[in-house]
Design a protein around this ligand. Structure first.
Ligand code: NAD
Ligand code: UGA
Length: 322
């Protein structure tokens, strides 16, 4: 139903900015919450520009672990909780405090606030990193989570916290946790592989492959992740965690080759050491998401890379002339 008030946390980020845009396009009123510290200022401003032109968009700038949230949740039907400290490899050592605060503490406070208001549904961003790999083929939601990184532990804690709140007797809101598998597309974070590969092919700047490059990812295009969120808003669900991937995996070396083909110039690679916490392979079985919310991935890797390249050429990197 159009015209609802909807909250999107992490609205200044990659995935949150896209979800907000889709909701505005569908006629909803969007309250975006972000502390605007997840990216350099020019990236934050660029992401916010996507939605700020709409008079149905309001930005609340603040930290989810500190803000009074109830006033912003009042009258909201759905909260898309997308904000988190992302990124697997930097989550060791002293950085863990910030992961725990933004991913775990903030999620608990958000669920408490949602339960005190009339929010009907919370859709939470979770992650393939809860699994710790896919050594025996595609993972299902029945597989035991066993994260290999502190980040993965915080994402598992966050989704399980949200689900525990939903299962509390006579409690609203209901919760759908979406376990995304390595999302790419326009506005992808610059620390992520595909952004770096496209930049490399355009500028000649080298990308360091972490390990032998034979690790595989189930790369998921942003439009499919957004569609999953919109479906999760209305599906008849009490408390569910669902895989949002494609079922197709590609090695880091093969995606580098494919980016070179799509750009028409090779990517420049160097090789470095594999990183602690980086899982070997991710591979989603998406049958449950199909059954429960009607999710179907539609964009193959070559098409998605072409779209990300076109967007990059228009918005980010000026290619070097030859
Ligand atoms: P992003 O960094 O682009 O966006 C996250 C946003 O959240 C940022 O704008 C940041 O400023 C904001 N934020 C972080 N902590 C906050 C806090 N305490 N208070 C207020 N705002 C805060 O990241 P993304 O790639 O868009 O990821 C979005 C979500 O999806 C995250 O929950 C991430 O764990 C999850 N996820 C992402 C991927 C992926 O491939 N990008 C895959 C799996 C899961
Ligand atoms: C991504 C997101 O960054 C996480 O926030 C998210 O939770 C996770 O997806 C997920 O699916 O759950 P990751 O798969 O590590 O994490 O995504 P990339 O940073 O794009 O890395 C993909 C692969 O490329 C990894 O094996 C990584 O080691 C490799 N890589 C990445 C490099 O070899 N070099 C780089 O410079 C960057």
């Amino acid at each position: 139903m159009a015209g609802q008030r909807i909250v999107v946390t992490g609205v200044a980020g990659f995935i949150g900015s896209h979800i907000a845009r889709s909701l505005l396009d569908d006629g909803h009123e969007v309250v975006g919450i972000d502390h605007c510290l997840g990216h350099p200022q020019e990236i934050t401003e660029r992401n916010l520009r996507l939605n700020e032109a709409s008079d149905r968009f309001t930005l609340i700038r603040g930290d989810l672990a500190e803000l009074p949230l109830e006033p912003h949740f009042d009258g909201a039907d759905t909260v898309f909780h997308i904000a988190a400290r992302p990124g697997v490899r930097p989550s060791w050592g002293a950085e863990f405090t910030s992961y725990a605060r933004s991913n775990v503490v903030a999620t608990h406070l958000l669920m408490e606030a949602a339960a005190r208001t009339a929010v009907r549904r919370v859709v939470v961003s979770s992650s393939s990193s809860v699994y710790g790999g896919a050594p025996n083929g595609p993972v299902t939601e029945e597989d035991l989570p066993a994260p290999l990184s502190p980040y993965g532990v915080t994402k598992l804690a966050a989704e399980q916290l949200a689900l525990a709140h939903a299962r509390r007797a006579r409690s609203r809101p209901t919760v759908v946790a979406l376990r995304y598998f390595t999302v790419y597309g326009p506005r992808q974070r610059r620390d992520m592989l595909i952004s770096k590969l496209i930049e490399s092919a355009l500028t000649g700047k080298a990308v360091t492959i972490l390990g032998d490059g034979k690790q595989r990812r189930d790369f998921t295009f942003i439009a499919d992740a957004v569609q999953a969120n919109l479906m999760a808003m209305t599906a008849d669900v009490e408390a569910e965690a669902l895989n949002i991937g494609t079922g197709v995996t590609t090695s880091v070396l093969d995606v580098a080759d494919l980016v070179g083909t799509v750009v028409g110039r090779p990517v420049v690679l160097e090789f470095g050491r594999g990183q602690a916490g980086d899982v070997r392979d991710t591979h989603a079985d998406v049958s449950r998401a199909k059954d429960v919310i009607g999710y179907r991935p539609t964009i193959d890797l070559r098409t998605g890379l072409t779209t990300q390249l076109e967007w990059t050429l228009q918005n980010e990197v000026v290619p070097t002339s030859e």
